[in-house]
Design a protein. Structure first.
Length: 435
């Protein structure tokens, strides 16, 4: 762990630090702090006006201070005179309860008191698009089924290899890069870690991918559904729960069904129980519901769930069991706030463990073609407003994530929905101008 940022800067020739925090909408905020001032600001934090970010404050609130976590510091390989460091939000000498990283840290501390450590790996998908955002960046990437297209990934070799080499340099352990199911879409996978570390890495990953794409004259987007005819950008999460020492996987059981313990199935039960409310966090934008409730895409499948079910190694369900000792939540998308994503999974899963919630029988069917045979399966919300209403009604999840956070999140997200509802879309004019 790096203890003194000023000394770290001197050792590595760093001139500036980005003192970073992530707000409720997942927007990364930062101040550019000169290395000479880092030591003092490391203790007191960098001052921000909370109202200026997506947090539930007003201009009358006092300064919010972001205190950097030195364990997260990353020297930018593409701009080595700058280092990024994730921080925690404080106000009036107390942690800000609604701040996403603080929400996750509190929940992880609570699960640690029960001897449990959640680990996670993520699969963030993104599109490489033109600088103006109007189209994918590769005009030759037109196959109906472009997934794993060797030629297409090699035409974007410079960008993808630059990102992957950077991750290797950071010690993240990237192990595969691929062209995904949509034209212009890619995914890079790296080693799993404890939930907080993975959330920090996912925040940096999004910043890094966008920055490197810009260096190549392109633009990267994690938008859930940037093109109506193409598969959207998911952010699948592979989850396991371990003993606090991180050495014993509590989800693994040699004699358990599909290699999972009873505790793992209770965790699944919690995710299913809270599935409708979960979507308000895992799928946090108006656009998110164009992905999970989409018609079949050009490739023939959305690869997104539409119902709250689980299965074995079956990608048509909200929860997949790909291997022994872990589960995959396929609901989240690229707009999910990394800290809140991990927090809500932990909160819902731990509720399932504490109450021994049964997930019911596994469904070994294709939910894209046979969903009508699963009459009892709950459906995911059709839009953001429905998801917010489900979250508002879910007292257990709201309490677990914190009343201050829940109140702030619901207030700002309802306002987001209202702004969307007041907007006039081209579709409305095209279809009702002459009514």
């Amino acid at each position: 762990m790096t203890q003194d940022l000023h000394a770290y800067a001197q050792e590595r020739g760093i001139k500036y630090f980005l003192f970073n925090f992530t707000d409720l909408f997942g927007t990364q905020r930062a101040k550019l702090v000169p290395a000479a001032a880092a030591s003092g600001m490391q203790k007191s934090g960098a001052g921000f006006a909370g109202f200026a970010a997506w947090l539930d404050f007003n201009p009358a609130h006092p300064d919010m201070f972001v205190k950097p976590d030195p364990a997260t510091v990353i020297q930018l390989p593409w701009k080595p005179e700058v280092a990024w460091v994730a921080g925690d939000c404080w106000m009036n000498d107390e942690p800000v309860a609604q701040a996403p990283r603080n929400v996750l840290k509190r929940l992880m501390a609570e699960s640690a008191d029960r001897g449990m450590l959640m680990k996670a790996g993520v699969e963030p998908e993104f599109h490489l698009i033109s600088a103006d955002g109007s189209e994918i960046s590769d005009p030759r990437d037109t196959q109906e089924k472009p997934c794993y297209d060797q030629s297409a990934v090699m035409r974007r070799y410079d960008v993808i290899a630059d990102i992957c080499s950077t991750m290797t340099e950071l010690g993240w352990g990237p192990y595969q890069n691929d062209h995904e199911d949509a034209n212009g879409q890619f995914e890079i996978n790296w080693d799993f870690n404890d939930a907080l570390t993975t959330a920090d890495q996912l925040c940096f990953f999004k910043f890094m991918v966008k920055s490197i794409a810009e260096n190549h004259g392109l633009r990267a987007t994690f938008m859930p559904k940037p093109f109506s005819h193409l598969t959207g950008n998911g952010c699948h999460v592979h989850v396991s729960v371990w003993e606090n020492d991180g050495k014993t996987n509590r989800f693994a059981h040699d004699d358990g069904e599909l290699g999972l313990s009873g505790e793992a199935y209770h965790f699944i039960g919690g995710l299913l129980e809270h599935g409708e409310a979960l979507a308000a966090i895992t799928n946090p934008t108006v656009n998110s519901y164009k992905r999970i409730n989409a018609a079949p895409t050009l490739s023939g499948a959305t690869w997104s769930p539409s119902s709250i079910t689980f299965g074995g190694n079956n990608r048509t369900h909200m929860i997949r069991i790909p291997d022994e000792g872990r589960i995959e939540l396929r609901l989240p998308d690229g707009a999910a706030n990394p800290y809140l994503l991990m927090a809500v999974i932990l909160a819902a899963g731990m509720d399932g463990v504490e109450r021994s919630i049964s997930p019911g029988e596994r469904l070994d069917i294709d939910m894209y073609t046979q969903a009508h045979t699963a009459a009892d399966a709950k459906q995911l919300p059709l839009n953001l407003l429905d998801a917010l209403r489900h979250y508002e009604a879910d007292d257990r999840l709201k309490t677990a994530l914190g009343e201050e956070f829940s109140s702030a999140y619901l207030k700002l997200k309802h306002d987001d929905w209202n702004k969307f509802s007041r907007s006039l879309t081209p579709w409305e004019r095209d279809n009702t101008l002459d009514c």
